[in-house]
Structures are given as structure tokens and as C-alpha cells.
Design a protein around this ligand. Sequence first.
Ligand SMILES: Nc1ncnc2c1ncn2[C@@H]1O[C@H](COP(=O)(O)OP(=O)(O)OP(=O)(O)O)[C@@H](O)[C@H]1O
Length: 320
Amino acid sequence: MSDLVIETTGLRKEFSSVRGEKRVAVSDLDLAVPAGGVHGFLGPNGSGKTTTIRMLLGLARPTRGTMRLFGQPVPEQLPHVIGRVGAVVESPKFSPNFSGRRNLQLLAGAIGAPSSVVDSAIETVKLGGREKDRYKGYSLGMKQRLAIAATLLKTPDLLILDEPTNGLDPSGIREIRETIRDLGESGVTVLLSSHILAEVQQVCTSATIIGNGRLLASGRVDDLLGAGTAYRVVVPDPAAAADVLARAELEVTPHEGTLHVEAERPEEITRALGEAGIWLTELTPLRADLESYFLRLTEGEQLGQGGQGGHDGHDNGAIA
Ligand SMILES: Nc1ncnc2c1ncn2[C@@H]1O[C@H](COP(=O)(O)OP(=O)(O)OP(=O)(O)O)[C@@H](O)[C@H]1O
């Protein structure tokens, strides 16, 4: 029995335009989301993330392919597993004149959940202190956190969040990120869809990257990026230092008056330079990041919007 929480095989979705043209939104996608932790589902706008999520939740019908949630085939067995799934795909409808707490109480009552889950959901999303204020006075970030709280009322094993930070300012993004990280650490499996790679990199343990509905890469984030083994080295005489480091069999690349050096451990660099009487003024690990990885994967490709009108530019860690 597989321990995958979400599994799709050859999943495909085609849409037809009014003029009868076929648009492939999801193309033969094999998605494998392991149990526990936060799994990033990444791709530019229009790459097929929402369509995939909608198919998993029974909101859209696949053209072909198979899907499983908790090992059960869906949509066939969806009624048996949907109780274990919480999803924020669109903004839920809350009553604007009721407080966040009252809204949650009504929802909890509707699904027969005990009122104690309302308190713990409020605590998990860090709405404490503002939960008695009216919903209409909430910031966008608070509304988004209330939406996550609503999905927590049925204590789901799988939480699906589609672009939860869309439209939020940096502090809102940071708060949601902390909530998502806490949830992943609490044992819930979180599928976090986003086009902002920098945001996802900070909370995800594993990730699937798609472009034009196709799978581009999948795996643990650390494995996707490779071990962090490059360093930026600043020394008074880069040429002399490069010579010493090369003799110590380290790979060195000059870069704008500094050196980029590949090494398993920083001591390999400091020892080689120290023994040659060269004292470095700066040594900084160069973090590989998901965004550069994505751009490398998709070099020269037209991505997003089904390949029509999309581009692979980026801005503040977002891929569009
Ligand atoms: N109901 C629909 N009818 C026709 N085309 C659709 C429909 N829903 C989605 N598409 C198209 O399918 C492609 C994938 O869209 P989708 O919304 O799944 O992407 P996404 O990765 O979630 O993007 P975003 O981040 O912008 O939500 C796009 O080209 C979109 O225009």
C-alpha cells in the first residue's frame, strides 16, 4: 500500500474554446505527494495548478488519467475520503457582519464539529485577539487565515491551499507562511500551490514543479536544489587565492571581484587559504534557490497560459 496522500497518473485535462479549439490545461501529469509536511505545487500562472486541484476535489472531470487520495481512486471514492480533506480553493463565503469566531461557530455547527475545534482553529491560524471583530473589518491576510481556520474545523489529514498568499502584503505573506509551516509540522499534509517560488522554498519539504500542465521536476526541495556547497569568498587578492584554492582541488569561479568556490565544508576553503597566508574578509554560503532552478529547467520555453501569451520572466521570486 502506497503512503502517498495524493497520486495522479497520466492526468490530463483539455478544454475546448467556443471556436472549438482544444487547450490542454494539464498534460499527462504524474503527481506524487508523500504523507506529512508541506508539498509545494509550483508553476507560473496558467500552468494548470488550479485545474489539477479542481479535478482532485471532484470539481472538474479529467479528460483521462487516474487520481488517488489516501490510496482511494477518485472521483469514484471521493465521498469516502473528502472528510479527510480541507481545501481553500476560492474565498469562502463568510457573513460580513458576524465576527470571525461566530462564522466559524456556524460552520462547525453545520458539520457537527465540537465548539472546542473553533478555539483550536483560531489559535492555529493566530487570529486570537481579533476573533471577536466583525469579518468585514478584517484585512485580506486575516480573511485568508479565517478561510484556513474554516478548513481546520473538520481536522483534515490533507490541506489543499491554492495560492493562499495572492494579494497579500509582505507581513500577511509572512503570517500565512508561519501558519502553513506550523500545520506541516503538526502532521497534516499540506499541498501548497503557488507561483512564488521564494515563498514556497521557505516552507516546503518537497515540491512538484509544472509548466504548461506538464511535470518538470518533483522531489525533496533539498534534493532538487542539491546540497548547499557553494561559497562566495572575498579576499584582497582574488587571483592569488584562486590559485591556492585550485591547487587544493576546489572548483573556483571568479565573479565580480569575488570568488565562487565549490566545497563540501567551509573549512576546506579557510584552511587552504590560511595555510597560504591569505586571510579572507568574507565567506558566505551561496544558497541555491528554486527560482533559478525553475528558470534553468524551462530555459527557452514559453510557459503559462497554456503556452499562449505566457512568459518565463520573474519578479521578486514570482514566476509568471
Ligand atoms: N474552465 C475553463 N475553460 C477553459 N480554459 C480553462 C478553464 N479553466 C482553466 N483554463 C485554462 O487552463 C490553463 C490552466 O489554468 P489553471 O487555472 O489551472 O492554471 P494555474 O496554474 O492554476 O494558474 P493561476 O496561478 O493563474 O491560477 C489556462 O490556460 C487556463 O486559461
